[in-house]
Design a protein around this ligand. Structure first.
Ligand code: ASP
Ligand code: MG
Length: 402
C-alpha cells in the first residue's frame, strides 16, 4: 500500500463528464489498496472568469477580497469531484485549503506556503477516506483566505506530497507530459521520458505551460519525484527528478514567453552607481528583472535595457517617470517582444548550442534584440510577430524531422 497524491488541472475537471473521468482515475488508484489525496484546480477558465467579474465591479479591488473571490473556483471543484466519487460508491471527503492545514504568509494573491498541518488529512486517511483538497489556497495568520498565485495548485500538490511523505506525486493535465516544444504547434515535438528539476524549472519559468515553476522549486527542495501525465489518455508521462538520463538529446526543449516587456533607458551618464540605482528601485518594488544589457551610448553615455514581465511594465515605467530618469536620458517600453529559449543540461558539454540556435534564427531573417545565457539555457529576445516562426526554426535545428 502506498500514499499517492494526484493533482488534476482545470481542463481535467472542466465539465461533468471530465469530473466523472477523474473520479474513475482516483477510485481505480484507491481500489488497488492505496491511500489517495487529490488536489484539484478550478474548472476550465473559472479563475479567469472570476477575475473578469471583479474587474466589472471594481478595477482595483483589494488583494484580500480578490483572494476570497478567486479561491471559490476550487471550492466548486472539490465538492463536485467528491460527489462524483460518492456516486461511484467510495468514501470521500473534500477539504478547503485551511481545512487541509495549509498555512501561508499573508501576501494575498501570491502567498507562500509556510507549513501544512497534516493531522486532518492523516485522520481522514485513517478513516479510509479518499481526501480531496482545494488547490491554490491557504489561510494566513490573520485567518484570512490566501491564494498562491496563478497556477498555484501544482504547488499545493507538491507541498502535500512533501509534507505527507507521499510515495508518488502525479500531476495530471491535458497533454501527455513534458514536450520538447508545445505539441499543439510543433508537430514533431517529442515527449520526454525524464527531465531534471533544474531543466524543468527553466522550462516552466521560460514559458512551457505544463508545470508551475514554484511547484518545481518545492519538488527540488524536498526531492519529490513528479510524474506529469494526461488525464485523458493512459500513456506514460514524464518523470521530473534530480538526475535524468540524457537519451540522445542534449536539448530538452524550446519555449516561447510572450509575457515580457523590454525597458530601455538610453543616454545615462557613464558613471559608477547607475545600474545600482535603477535595479535597487525595481527590487524595492519586488519587480523581477530578467535579461539585462548595458551598452555604450553616444557622447560618453551608456544605455541600459532589461526585461520585466508584461504585468510589471506599467509599474516599471511609472517608477522611472519624472525625477528618476537622470536628465537627458530617455525611457522606452516595448511590449511587442517575445523571449525564445532553449534549455538542456547537456549544452554544458556540447559546444555550438548557441551557434545552432542563432543560425536557425538568421536563416529565418529574425533579428535578435537581446541574449541571455546560463549553464543550461540560452534565451533571446525578438519581435513577438516572429515568435512562432522562431520556435519552429530553432526546434527543427535541434530536432530534425526523422
Ligand atoms: N485556478 C487557479 C488558476 O487558474 C489555480 C490553478 O489552476 O492551479 O490559476
Ligand atoms: Mg486554472
Amino acid at each position: 500500500m502506498a500514499l499517492i497524491v494526484q493533482k488534476f488541472g482545470g481542463s481535467s475537471v472542466a465539465n461533468a463528464e471530465r469530473v466523472m473521468n477523474v473520479a474513475n482515475i482516483v477510485t481505480d488508484t484507491y481500489k488497488k489498496g492505496n491511500d489517495v489525496i487529490v488536489i484539484v484546480s478550478a474548472q476550465g477558465d473559472t479563475t479567469d472568469e472570476l477575475i473578469a467579474k471583479a474587474k466589472e465591479i471594481n478595477p482595483n479591488p483589494s488583494k484580500r477580497e480578490m483572494d476570497v473571490l478567486i479561491s471559490s473556483g476550487e471550492q466548486v471543484s472539490i465538492a463536485l469531484l467528491a460527489m462524483a466519487i460518492e456516486k461511484l460508491g467510495y468514501p470521500v471527503v473534500s477539504l478547503l485549503g485551511w481545512q487541509a492545514g495549509f498555512n501561508t504568509n499573508s501576501t494575498y494573491g501570491s502567498a507562500r506556503i509556510k507549513k501544512i498541518h497534516t493531522e486532518r488529512m492523516h485522520n481522514e486517511l485513517g478513516r479510509k477516506n479518499i481526501v480531496i483538497v482545494a488547490g491554490f489556497q491557504g489561510i494566513c495568520k490573520y485567518d484570512d483566505i490566501t491564494t498562491l498565485g496563478r497556477g498555484g495548485s501544482d504547488s499545493s500538490a507538491v507541498a502535500i506530497a512533501a509534507a505527507m511523505h507521499a510515495d508518488r506525486c502525479q500531476i495530471f493535465t491535458d497533454v501527455e507530459g513534458v514536450y520538447t516544444a508545445d505539441p499543439r504547434k510543433i508537430s514533431n515535438a517529442k515527449k520526454l521520458d525524464e527531465i531534471t528539476y533544474d531543466e524543468m524549472l527553466e522550462l516552466a519559468t521560460l514559458g512551457a505551460q505544463v508545470l508551475n515553476n514554484r511547484s518545481v522549486e518545492i519538488a527540488k527542495k524536498y526531492n519529490v519525484e513528479l510524474e506529469v501525465l494526461s488525464s485523458l489518455t493512459k500513456a506514460p508521462g514524464t518523470i521530473v527528478k534530480e538526475a535524468a538520463k540524457m537519451e540522445k538529446m542534449f536539448i530538452r526543449g524550446v519555449t516561447k514567453d510572450s509575457n515580457v516587456a523590454r525597458i530601455s533607458i538610453v543616454g545615462l551618464p557613464d558613471v559608477p552607481g547607475i545600474a545600482f540605482k535603477i535595479f535597487s528601485k525595481l527590487a524595492a518594488k519586488k519587480i523581477n528583472v530578467d535579461i539585462i544589457l548595458q551598452s555604450v551610448g553616444r557622447d560618453g553615455t551608456k544605455d541600459i535595457a532589461f526585461t520585466v514581465s508584461k504585468d510589471n511594465a506599467g509599474e516599471t515605467v511609472a517608477l522611472f517617470e519624472g525625477t528618476d530618469v537622470p536628465k537627458g536620458a530617455k525611457l522606452e517600453c516595448d511590449t511587442d517582444v517575445a523571449k525564445i529559449s532553449v534549455v538542456g543540461a547537456g549544452m554544458e558539454s556540447h559546444p555550438g548550442t548557441a551557434a545552432t540556435m542563432f543560425e536557425a534564427l538568421y536563416n529565418e531573417d529574425i533579428n535578435i534584440q537581446m541574449i541571455a545565457t546560463s549553464e543550461i539555457k540560452i534565451s533571446v529576445l525578438i519581435n513577438k510577430d516572429d515568435a512562432d516562426k522562431a520556435v519552429a526554426a530553432v526546434h527543427a535545428a535541434f530536432f530534425p524531422e526523422e
